[in-house]
Design a protein around this ligand. Structure first.
Ligand code: ADP
Ligand code: MG
Length: 457
């Protein structure tokens, strides 16, 4: 395998787990300079990128290289082809971008329509319907037929990588294809927030509101992101009322139902609940297999049924991961110019399933819990007995117990030096409550998803 092929395979994999902006930031203008028996030398454009790759991505890059060339033990990074130094301002922006967990990169793809932010690849035709998304899919289709009249708003919720963005965009694409006059806009809540902040700065907020008020269809993706952001919630509220009053369609997606989004204003919760709410769940085996078949044919590749079925059996919780695993298998077949046999597929997937980012650490759990409840990791450690932190703290203890090998006293230590009996009490309490409280159960699922999808360990 040439250096170029090897690096292409690595990049292909990195691209899958990062947002488009992140991927471009860290991997643009990188290549393999040279390779000997155990070491790969990677050329990077500047010292800043070098540091990030070394500190944050080295493990993942190494794992990825080793699935294809297992004898490699080490990666070194060298600054090659110096580029014009990035401006200071850009640095802080890059860091910000990286800290924001942005997985829905639909809006940043190259083949995204500038007017609508829609990516043509997300259609109803390319969406596989299963029992996990039947309701959401049916509601989405009906919305395209009765825009603004029936389900307004339509609110889709579910875990990471299960097809929410795909469905929103499918609605947008269908509506705008069938009627070019309709003004359609897809936007992630994160982008919307940034736009609002910027237009407040430029004193163009009235223009922004005006633009939004003229839409026939507004889609806000990952709307949980606006929680706690006063000005954004304000604008979303007034825009919502304005569009709703004119029977214009609003679509929303989130990682959880409206009432479970902490720090979301009541008036918005009640608006968001006023239409149709549908969840998107984890696909069953049949659906996973069907999705794989769809993706294989989209790639113009072909793989045996037993291989696809092996992949569908082992990757269960996230369609994006399912696609990632498939991409690995397809990359293998392109690089070696042969279809992998089942044993080879097992090897490829083993590496995938056993990479360190499947495991977790106490830090990641604490951060995921804190992020989920919109508090700081530090709040978890403090003595405060405020309701907003007591429950997250108990959840953190419970998850540390379930997901790591820490003992009760060690968990107490990690959480600001608490007594082991406090930890035992918290674990029992949360375990007891999950059997009765559907919301809590769902929260735990979502937090764990964050834990295992979070990138830096
Ligand atoms: P979410 O927005 O829920 O995090 P996405 O919509 O971004 O998830 O989906 C992640 C990936 O999985 C996308 O590439 C999408 O096309 C694919 N996907 C998810 N569900 C399905 C499905 N039912 N059929 C086909 N592809 C799917
Ligand atoms: Mg999404």
């Amino acid at each position: 395998m040439t250096n170029e092929e090897l690096w292409k395979a690595v990049l292909g994999e990195m691209e899958l787990s990062l947002s488009r902006a992140n991927f471009t930031t860290w991997f643009k203008n990188t290549s393999i300079l040279s390779r000997d028996k155990n070491c790969v030398l990677v050329s990077v454009p500047n010292g800043f990128i070098k540091e990030w790759l070394e500190n944050k991505f080295n493990r993942k890059i190494l794992d990825s290289i080793r699935t294809l060339t297992p004898e490699i033990r080490e990666i070194r990074y060298a600054i090659g082809r110096p580029k014009i130094e990035l401006l200071k301002q850009d640095f802080s922006k890059i860091i910000m971008d990286n800290e924001i967990e942005e997985k829905s990169d639909a809006a940043q793809d190259a083949d995204v329509d500038k007017q609508t932010n829609l990516n043509k690849k997300y259609t109803f035709e390319s969406f596989v319907v299963g029992s996990n998304n039947e309701l959401a899919h049916a509601a989405a289709l009906r919305v395209t037929r009765e825009l603004g009249k029936l389900y307004n708003p339509l609110f889709l919720y579910g875990g990471v990588g299960l097809g929410k963005t795909h469905l929103l965009q499918a609605i947008g694409n269908k509506v705008s294809n069938e009627n070019k006059d309709k003004k359609v806009l897809y936007i992630s809540a994160e982008r919307l927030t940034a736009d609002i902040v910027e237009s407040i700065g430029n004193k163009t907020i009235e223009d922004l509101k005006n633009r939004y008020s003229k839409l026939d269809l507004l889609m806000i993706d990952d709307v949980q992101f606006i929680a706690g952001k006063v000005k954004t919630q304000d604008i979303v509220f007034s825009t919502f009322n304005e569009l709703y009053g004119k029977n214009k369609q609003i679509l929303l997606s989130s990682d959880r139902p409206p009432q479970a989004i902490p720090a979301l204003e009541e008036r918005l919760k009640s608006r968001f609940q006023g239409g149709m709410i549908a969840d998107v769940g984890i696909p069953d085996f049949e659906t996973r297999l069907a999705i794989l078949k769809m993706k294989v044919s989209e790639k113009g590749a072909s793989l045996e049924e037993d291989i696809l079925s092996y992949v569908a059996t082992h990757i269960q919780k996230n369609v994006r991961e399912l696609e990632g695993a498939l991409n690995r298998v397809v990359a293998f077949s392109q690089i070696y110019n042969k279809v992998p046999d089942l044993k080879e597929v097992k090897n490829i997937l083993n590496a995938y399933l056993n990479t360190p980012y499947r495991k977790t650490s106490p830090q990641v759990i604490l951060r995921s819990v804190a992020d989920f409840y919109s508090i700081s990791s530090n709040d978890l450690l403090k003595r405060s007995r405020k309701k907003e932190v007591v429950k997250p703290r108990q959840v953190a203890m419970f998850l540390l117990r379930e997901e790591t090998k820490l003992s009760f006293p060690e968990i107490g230590q990690k959480l600001g030096g608490r007594d082991h009996s406090t930890v035992i009490h918290a674990c029992e309490k949360i375990r007891g409550e999950t059997s009765m409280d559907e919301n809590l159960k769902q929260e735990l699922v979502l937090i764990k998803e964050r834990v295992y999808n979070s990138f830096e360990k």
